[in-house]
Design a binder for this molecule. Structure first.
Ligand code: C5P
Length: 402
């Protein structure tokens, strides 16, 4: 699939640069041609000699290298590729990309290109979590830059743990292949990143008891599958359900609403968020450390506190709000009024509203009758299998993302 594909690899100055040698080798093995631009700082981590030998092409570093400019100028370099891959995408490189700065060959090429860009961030977890980096990543994501990783785990700095490790060469390779696969097939969500929530949450009362609801997760899983089939990179954040992982989807399993929120935030930035989970509105204020015993005191008294609203948090996120935020409204009365109110209250672009009165059999069933509620108006869809609702929603999201 990568045969004859032209990859322009931009190596940033980070310790993870050594992984690029393996990436180049694997790309070459698969028949891709690889041209490499290194930032001046990248030379401190890997030598142009080894990069050149593995890529079988001259390495480009200096913006003012006249010999190289004569052979291939930086503008041509940026255009004569099918995909630009930035790895490691350091905090500095991301900041420059987000703001259009260009003071070396790598950043000039990135500003001049008209080709898709895939970035593999790598930095210290605090730098990755810093509001400035969050803003830059959100901006780049809006500009159409795709991301692979970073992963969580031990860092080069001893004792530091958290998100910031560059994705492994095989993961970057998989993201590159997924990109070409999706583009090649012209799938409507090719290259999009979508976060989906599904299923119920379980809110513990004590070590053996919890509060839950009847959500089966079927609609959310069908959505994740449909988005992946339409070419998107999908993260499915799932509460406890008895469903197998959909193929080609990254699944993060959680129990509580708070865990679900953390997992969703960890999966951002994304082009769209589709929140289909039936999140428990409340949790018990303090989970008992031991199993609550039947006793002379009679039935226990439970105090509740409100759970975070994941949809509203994402819909009103100051820096990482996806371009399209979709919520669900499962109601047993006043369907439209409630759905419209949710659109406003939660900062969503679109609400999929459905009547879940027990007689409809929707909750836990295989079919769904939904109304699509947007500010511009309401569209009624017929009674459909949940898979088909998912396919239609995938098409609608592709249309709205443009
Ligand atoms: O307010 P209500 O629960 O009816 O809203 C339903 C929508 O909000 C669904 O999209 C659901 O996934 C989302 N939601 C959420 N977090 C909550 C409650 C609801 O994301 N705590």
């Amino acid at each position: 699939m990568l045969a004859d594909k032209r990859i322009l690899l931009i190596i940033g100055g980070g310790i993870a640069a050594y992984k690029c040698l393996d990436l180049i080798r694997r790309l070459r093995e698969r028949g891709a041609s690889v041209r490499v631009v290194m930032t001046p700082a990248a030379k401190e981590f890997v030598t142009p000699l080894s990069v050149g030998a593995l890529s079988e092409n001259p390495v480009h570093i200096d913006l003012f290298d006249l010999t190289q400019e004569n052979e291939i100028g930086h503008i041509r370099l940026s255009r004569e590729a099918d995909l630009l891959v930035v790895a490691p995408a350091t905090a500095d490189l991301l900041a420059k990309m987000a703001n259009g700065l260009c003071n070396d060959l790598a950043t000039n090429v990135l500003l001049a290109t008209d080709k898709p860009v895939l970035a593999a961030p790598a930095m210290n977890p605090r730098m990755w979590g810093h509001p400035a980096t969050r803003r830059n990543v959100a901006q780049l994501s809006r500009d159409g830059v795709r991301f692979v990783g970073p992963n969580s785990g031990a860092m080069a700095e001893r004792g530091e743990i958290g998100a910031g490790r560059m994705a492994e060469p095989m993961e970057i390779l998989a993201a590159i292949e997924a990109h070409f696969e999706a583009v090649g097939e012209g799938r409507p969500l090719a290259g999009r990143r979508i976060v989906v929530t599904a299923g119920p949450t379980h809110e513990p009362i004590d070590p053996v008891r919890y509060i839950a609801n009847r959500s089966s997760g079927k609609q959310g899983y069908a959505l994740a599958r449909a988005f992946a089939e339409a070419g998107a990179t999908v993260t499915l954040v799932s509460g406890p359900v008895g469903l197998p992982d959909p193929e080609g989807v990254k699944v993060v399993r959680v129990e509580t609403a708070r865990e679900m929120l953390a997992a969703v935030e960890g999966a951002l930035p994304a082009d769209a968020a589709v929140m289909a989970a039936a999140v428990a509105d409340w949790r018990v204020a303090s989970e008992a450390a031991e199993k609550i015993k039947k006793g002379a005191g009679g039935a226990p008294h439970l105090d509740f506190v409100e759970n975070p609203d994941i949809l509203a948090t994402v819909g009103r996120h100051p820096t990482l709000r996806p371009r399209l935020v979709v919520g669900f409204a499962a109601e047993t009365e006043n369907l439209l009024t409630n759905a419209r109110a949710k659109l406003e209250k939660k900062g969503a672009d679109l609400i999929v509203a459905n009547d879940v009165s027990p007689e409809t059999g929707i909750m836990g069933g295989d079919r769904n009758t939904v109304r699509i509620v947007e500010t511009a108006g309401v569209t009624d869809w017929p009674d459909l299998p949940k898979d088909e609702v998912a396919e239609r929603l995938a098409a609608l999201i592709a249309e709205r993302l443009g």
